[in-house]
Design a protein. Structure first.
Length: 377
């Protein structure tokens, strides 16, 4: 049935079972895309998800990556296949996305917007063709990107031609040389918060990337500077392998590795930690152009968050983060110890400040405001 209030969303949105299949899908990226698409649906926008299954290049990955619809997050999801071969892959995928959108246009009518998640070649090719030849209102959504350099010469030239741009990163939003742009870091999901755990043992949770972008190595160096007398434990969750983590576990029994965990397990761990940690390095290439979405997840539990400051964060987050303005492990360790010494009343005041901060940052409210902006395009 045709619906004038439809949005075509080119992005990979799956349910949790996809992570058991070995595909190249980031849990954080998938969680964020589920958040925005569910937010649109809750605001009575008919979301049509045109998705692909990211995989390693053949023969390390599948020649034609695909899954059945049991992996889809909601009903109106349409899988686009592609030839997973170097050089052919991006062109194949770009044109297949384009033709799939044309098919869906016949079924649902022209959408109020076509949103492409990240300015990849294939997304930008399909968006450009649909905009140029079929007058689609194409919006380029940039979640992350390497440094675009001076005058953004490294930004996809096709993506630059979109009708408008959405940026998660505050730095990208402020500095993008485009007239029509919108800052949208995402939303906070409502959680059933358990009563704060006692403080006999002080636990710190890191969840996210095991690579340099997440800052785990800096955190491990910082944790080693905190003496045993503090009775701390560091819990680490995430997908992938980190050599320094494996070595640190052998040296310090206070470091607990949980690896990749289910959403339910992450909720359980989050409800039982004392503080959250975001040690992302500000000078790592790409960290200017993204927003650490784990901050949104952390905020939902209304507990202290110790975080380095990266350019993707907007200034308002200084109200609810315990900010470390350097990448020095010693400074990070000192901030963790500082929070440890808080009184019970300070913990309560911090929780109340976060509660007030996120009051208008739910996915439903955030997407409602985004929809108003989209309808002006």
């Amino acid at each position: 049935m045709k619906n004038k209030d439809s949005i075509f969303f080119i992005g990979s949105v799956f349910n949790e079972s996809i992570f058991n299949c070995g595909f190249q899908i980031s849990p954080a990226t998938n969680r964020w895309q589920k958040g925005i698409t569910n937010g649109f649906l809750n605001n009575k926008i008919n979301i049509i998800n045109i998705c692909t299954v990211p995989d390693r290049i053949f023969p390390y990955g599948k020649l034609k990556p695909k899954v059945d619809n049991s992996f889809f997050n909601f009903e109106n999801t349409f899988l686009v296949e592609y030839l997973n071969i170097p050089l052919i892959k991006k062109i194949s995928l770009g044109f297949n996305l384009f033709f799939k959108c044309l098919y869906l246009k016949k079924k649902y009518g022209k959408p109020i917007a076509l949103i492409t998640y990240n300015p990849t070649f294939e997304n930008s090719l399909s968006g450009f063709l649909l905009q140029k030849f079929f007058k689609f209102n194409w919006i380029d959504l940039c979640a992350d990107h390497y440094d675009p350099k001076v005058n953004w010469i490294n930004y996809n030239p096709l993506a630059r031609k979109s009708n408008a741009h959405i940026f998660l990163s505050y730095y990208a939003f402020k500095n993008a040389p485009f007239k029509d742009k919108y800052h949208f870091e995402g939303g906070v999901e409502a959680k059933n918060i358990k009563k704060q755990n006692d403080r006999k043992k002080f636990t710190i949770l890191y969840s996210g990337m095991m690579s340099e972008w997440g800052g785990l190595n800096t955190l491990l160096d910082a944790f080693m500077l905190i003496k045993e007398e503090y009775n701390f434990e560091l819990w680490v969750c995430g997908h992938g392998y980190n050599k320094k983590l494996e070595e640190s576990i052998k040296i310090d029994s206070r470091i607990k590795k949980f690896g990749f965990v289910s959403e339910q397990k992450l909720i359980e761990l989050s409800n039982n930690v004392s503080i959250f940690i975001n040690p992302r390095g500000k000078d790592v290439n790409g960290n200017k152009m993204n927003f650490p979405s784990k901050i949104l997840e952390y905020l939902s539990y209304r507990k202290p968050i110790v975080s380095t400051w990266t350019h993707g964060l907007s200034p308002e987050y200084r109200k609810v983060l315990n900010v470390v303005d350097s990448d020095n492990p010693k400074d990070l360790a000192n901030e963790i110890k500082k929070v440890f010494k808080w009184s019970n009343s300070t913990f309560y005041e911090n929780s109340l400040a976060i509660k007030n901060f996120i009051r208008n940052k739910s996915w439903d409210i955030q997407t409602k405001n985004l929809i108003k902006w989209i309808k002006t395009k």
